[in-house]
Structure formats: structure tokens, C-alpha cells
Design a protein around this ligand. Structure first.
Ligand SMILES: [Zn+2]
Ligand SMILES: [Zn+2]
Length: 245
């Protein structure tokens, strides 16, 4: 089956509360192990979308976005499992180091391929032809640098941390008021990839050093469960032990 037919058949997004005012989104058409997590935060003036999954959202309604309300999407990085719904937002922000990838979302540049060529990712076992996988491009409307502050009013303020290593333009987003840290693929409880094209093991080590200095209550990663700060510390220490072996 081709990707667009699969999307029409198995598209849709699961929504679950993750923290006060924060909804965690994922795509039910995918096997749980292949899903990524992305997040919607509603403010009085706009909805903020942090990442956008593989692309099984068929429209704004699937994301629970109110018609007529502006949507600001923030991309933590340009890998295929996080960028699929970003085109649905009129404002799209990400780090300059990966800006050109969003222009076309070429499956080779988003690391979709060859990753998906042998990946059995459909929850119902459908074989999706990898050569038909093409996401809708989402050229950035603005870039984010380390230390940038995104002010959505009293309901939401986010600070950008440039955390290269998993990819050159990976960012984390810190919501100090809620004690939430969106860590994407830089820290999560699954395999942290640091040897794929664009990854840099030494840069990741320095980025993990930075994460260890951040105060937060809960990490909201791009994969796997929400993590306490102590779970994040343990995960980084385990990653280091594995690499030092
Ligand atoms: Zn990634
Ligand atoms: Zn990922």
C-alpha cells in the first residue's frame, strides 16, 4: 500500500493529558514502539504544537486544534518521526542548523530512509511501500537560537536550549513555570541514537551535561514515558556507561 492510502485508512491522532494544559499526541496507526510523542499546549491566543509525528494527522481537527485559532509549531529537530504535521501550522519554528531540511522533507534528509525500508511500522501489519513515503514540506517561518525566549503570554513561556548531538539542530524547550522540559530525542527512555547521519557523540555528551544543569520536575520526551528529573539523570548516566564500555 502507498503511504497516502495508508494515511487515509489509518490516519488519526490519540490525545491524552500529560500535564496541566498540555496534551500528549501520538499516532494510533503505528505500532507503539514506532510512535513518537508530540505535544499541544493551548493558550488563550494560540495553540502551540511541539513537533508533529510521522504525518498521520489528516488535518487540524485530528490534532484537536480549534478552527480559526492561530497555531505555532516548534520543531525539536527535523527527523521524519517528528515533522509530519508541522505544515498544518502557519508559524513554524526550528533551529537554523536543520532549516533546509524542512523545505522539502526529503526522506533521505529526514532519516526516514533507509530507516523505514525494513521497518514494520503499521499497527495493523500493513506493508507500506517505503518509496511512497513523502511528508508535506513545512519550510520554517523563523529560526530559534540557544537562549531564545518564546512568550505566548502569561499562559506559556518557553526557553530554547540548543542541544546538538542526536542531530545538529536538536533543541529542548523549557517551561519554567510548569517545571516541564521537552527533551525530544536528546533524552528519552529508549535508545538514544548518536551514530546516525548528522549525529555527533561528543556534542551529545556536552548537551547531556547541559540537561543535567537544568531544573525541572518532569521531562516530556519525543519517545517513551514522561520522566522525572531523577529518571533523566539515570538515563544519561546509563547512556554514558554504555558508550564508555
Ligand atoms: Zn530523532
Ligand atoms: Zn524520534
Amino acid at each position: 500500500m502507498d503511504w497516502d492510502a495508508f494515511k487515509a485508512l489509518r490516519g488519526g491522532v490519540l490525545a491524552e493529558p500529560a500535564a496541566p494544559g498540555v496534551v500528549r499526541l501520538s499516532e494510533s496507526g503505528l505500532r507503539p514502539a514506532c510512535r513518537s510523542f508530540f505535544y499541544r499546549i493551548d493558550t488563550p491566543d494560540c495553540a502551540v504544537l511541539i513537533d508533529g509525528g510521522w504525518g498521520l494527522a489528516r488535518g487540524r481537527a485530528d490534532l484537536g486544534l480549534s478552527p480559526g485559532k492561530p497555531v505555532v509549531a516548534i520543531a525539536t529537530h527535523s527527523h521524519s518521526d517528528h515533522v509530519g504535521a508541522l505544515h498544518l501550522a502557519e508559524t513554524r519554528l526550528g533551529h537554523a542548523a536543520e532549516a533546509t531540511v524542512y523545505d522539502r522533507l526529503d526522506p533521505n534528509e529526514t532519516q526516514a530512509r533507509p530507516w523505514i525500508d525494513d521497518l514494520d511500522f503499521a499497527a495493523d501489519g500493513t506493508a507500506v511501500a517505503p518509496e511512497t513515503y513523502q511528508q508535506i514540506p513545512c519550510r520554517l517561518t523563523g529560526t530559534l537560537a540557544d537562549g531564545a525566549r518564546l512568550d505566548f503570554g502569561p499562559a506559556l513561556r518557553l526557553t530554547v536550549l540548543h542541544l546538538p548531538g542526536h542531530s545538529p539542530g536538536s533543541i529542548g524547550l523549557l517551561d519554567e513555570a510548569r517545571g516541564l522540559f521537552y527533551t525530544a530525542d536528546t533524552v528519552h527512555d529508549g535508545e538514544i541514537y548518536d551514530a546516525i547521519p548528522g549525529a555527533d557523540r561528543i556534542a551529545l555528551r556536552l548537551s547531556h551535561d547541559r540537561v543535567l544543569e537544568v531544573e525541572f520536575a518532569q521531562a516530556l520526551p519525543g519517545h517513551g514515558a514522561l520522566m522525572s528529573r531523577s529518571a533523566v539523570v539515570e538515563r544519561i548516566e546509563r547512556h554514558r556507561r554504555e558508550r564508555d564500555r
